[in-house]
Write a protein that binds this ligand. Sequence first.
Ligand SMILES: [Zn+2]
Length: 219
Amino acid sequence: MKYMEKRKQIISIGQEIYRQRLVAGTWGNVSCRLAASNYILITPSGMPYDSLQPQDLVVLDADGTIVEGNRKPSSESPLHVHIYHERPEVGAIVHVHSPWASAYAVARQPIPMILEESAQVLGASVPVASYAHAGSKELAYSACAALGKEHKAVLLANHGLVGLGQDLEEALLVCVIAEKTAMIGAIARTLGTVNSLSAEDINYLQQSFQHYGQPQEEH
Ligand SMILES: [Zn+2]
């Protein structure tokens, strides 16, 4: 079977969003771009993450037509397909219904840049896409309009959160950090003022994060 590594990686990220309670049941979805093609690999519709097998994933072309797989693809496929079309640098997308981000999505307020790790990983506040029904093309358009060319995450009004990354690990990290930022933002508001980081500080933190950790080993 082709793309076995990517299939296993998507299943493992799906199990991780379930384990971290970013989704309940079979909600949410995970996809990645397949290298050297315009194809997209995506989770199937309505199957428990724990029972997913590599052959359950669906390969779509750049227009969202099924190329390979016997399962029905995720109902949010139009959203994934449109983001890949609009953002060529994006290699993976994770969509979750995590509670604190969903609270901001219901309030229809952006998640502010209030933590250093939010600045490092997200780089900008998380905007809210105007409301459209789940699975609709309108939702795909409104999400891309809110994402623009820069944002790494977007809130879907009254629905949930979408995280983008160069790879699956980054897309998951974007969701985890956006969810944590939403939680801290909501709690901080009950304590008093929510102090956002300045654009200058966000820029500095982003730059320095690129050199975080151990230097790359030379080969
Ligand atoms: Zn959803």
